[in-house]
Design a protein around this ligand. Structure first.
Ligand code: SAH
Ligand code: F3S
Length: 481
């Protein structure tokens, strides 16, 4: 199942095809959201042209890069442990190894990394990856190197990323960078800067290129995809200053979705993440209009309490969220919906928590990603509120939220029993080498006996059984997708 933060993928090492003439070895490891995994592909692509081949063997690496996440304290602690591990290898086995920190933690801690973590040679923020060749040259000459400048324009639109080729079927395509929303709990606007959209032309070219290489599904990525707006380049917040022509010819997210759906009518199109306050009816209508846009919306709500939503600076109410859900279900009856939820935001009362549970009861999400509140330095919530909900209360509320989600997931999974679903085959099932595993449009995992089908096929599968979150079925025919 696709996740905003995919726990199975945390710490995955990126490996790309080897170039014979390359002599240096790069070990690159990624933590956090899909955007980080996508960024690591961009980094590997840049360094592939600078003489680096990737390796999965830390001990032989000339350069170790870790792409980091700051979203919760736990994410940062994981990276600190990895840095200690690299340090030990550098000391005992491979003294010539250089270590660099990329991504959100690099941006948040900046030069503190060079001062405190003595084993770090290189600190590079999310908008500075094109500067990596220069920074590495600095390091080679024995100096520490740092670039954490956030950009108004950088979208890496001109870099065609090498793919982390785990299945050759699904790929990420990034469409916006940064976020302007300023949810009070969130560190992303500080670590990834102002929101910028990528040129639709370069997005379509990447989509076409992926199709030609055999990919069958793409996920358009952004912190807030519904806010996508291209008017010739520049920050979203400067749209007001654009010329009349730029405004009239601008591309919003609904238009971009349509462009992608039309460019490759047989390619499945997904997107993540949607923000309720920015998701317009046009997007839902465009989804309904094109069969190849998948009927799944990841629509984080964070809390069901109006008071807490306000304190979080989420610019919608519970009632507005319900209207949005009703509209989705009216326009796309079989659309799946997933959530992100935070328990124990400052000042959250038992009643606020009950509001969260009752909101979940209304929507009955297909699945979700649920967390306890983690105070992040520098955020508005840290400055404005005391982190006053005790850890045991946060955890108990989280357990209740997860338990309810499990009931809803099972309920939603069972709705598919005895129906025929279209599955894109992605890999062998983890449980049996006689079975394929793939996903429905709704992003639900399906396993079924392989027969003569192969990875990358669209298959109609009749669902005969299910577990809490997985459908079990039998192939009927190739889908004429
Ligand atoms: N718009 C982004 C959100 C990034 S953060 C996206 O593309 O998904 C992913 C999720 O982490 C958020 O939806 C929120 O539920 C959770 N999160 C963010 N900051 C958090 C914090 N300080 N404590 C706990 N959870 C947090
Ligand atoms: Fe964070 Fe809110 Fe943006 S959760 S990424 S500030 S939409």
């Amino acid at each position: 199942m696709e996740k905003t933060i995919d726990e199975n993928k945390q710490g995955e090492t990126l490996v790309i095809p080897q170039k014979k003439e390359n002599t240096k070895k790069l070990f690159i490891e990624s933590y956090g959201c899909s955007m980080n995994f996508s960024d690591s592909e961009i980094v590997a692509s840049i360094l592939n042209k600078e003489g680096f081949n990737t390796t999965q063997n830390l001990e032989e690496a000339d350069l170790v890069l870790v792409n980091t996440c700051s979203i919760r304290d736990k994410a940062e602690q994981t990276v600190r442990k990895r840095l200690q591990k690299y340090n030990a290898i550098k000391r005992d086995v491979n003294p010539k190894m250089k270590v660099g920190v990329l991504g959100c933690m690099a941006e948040r801690l900046k030069s503190k990394f060079l001062e405190e973590e003595k084993i770090v040679d290189l600190v590079v923020g999310p908008d500075a990856y094109k500067d990596l060749p220069n920074l590495i040259a600095e390091v080679d000459e024995g100096r520490d190197a740092i670039n954490v400048i956030l950009s108004k324009e950088e979208t890496y639109g001109d870099i065609s990323p090498v793919r982390l080729n785990s299945n050759g079927v699904t790929a990420f395509v990034s469409i916006t960078r940064g976020c302007d929303n300023m949810c009070t709990f969130c560190v992303v606007p500080f670590t990834r800067g102002r929101e910028r959209s990528r040129d639709p032309q370069s997005i379509i070219e990447e989509v076409n290129d992926l199709w030609n290489k055999g990919y069958k599904e793409i996920t358009l990525l952004g912190q807030n995809v519904d806010s996508y707006l291209w008017y010739g380049g520049g920050m979203k917040k400067d749209f007001d200053k654009a010329s009349d022509i730029e405004k009239a010819t601008a591309t919003d997210f609904a238009k971009l979705l349509e462009l992608c759906a039309k460019a490759q009518p047989k390619m499945r199109i997904r997107f993540s993440t949607s923000n309720p306050q920015d998701m317009h009816l046009e997007v839902i209508e465009t989804m309904a209009k094109y069969d190849n846009i998948c009927n799944h919306i990841h629509l984080p709500v964070q809390s069901g309490s109006n008071r807490i939503l306000k304190a979080m600076n989420r610019l919608h109410t519970r009632e507005e969220y319900f209207t949005l859900i009703d509209n989705i279900k009216r326009i796309i009856p079989n659309c799946s919906i997933s959530q992100d939820m935070i328990s124990g935001f400052p000042t959250e009362t038992e009643q606020d928590h009950q509001d969260t549970l009752s909101l979940m009861e209304y929507v009955k999400y297909n699945f979700g990603y649920m967390f306890t509140y983690s105070e992040r330095p520098g955020t508005l919530a840290e400055r404005k509120f005391e982190d006053d909900v005790p850890e045991e209360t946060k955890s108990r509320r989280l357990r209740e939220i997860i338990a309810l989600q499990l009931i809803h997931s099972e309920f939603r999974t069972r709705e598919f029993l005895n129906t025929t679903v279209e599955v894109l085959v992605e890999r062998e099932s983890k449980k049996s080498n006689q079975e394929w595993s793939g996903r429905t449009q709704q992003n639900i995992v399906v396993v079924f006996p392989k027969e003569n089908y192969k990875i990358g096929d669209f298959v109609n599968v009749i669902v005969t059984d299910c577990t809490k979150a997985t459908l079990i079925g039998k192939a009927v025919s190739n889908a004429n997708n």
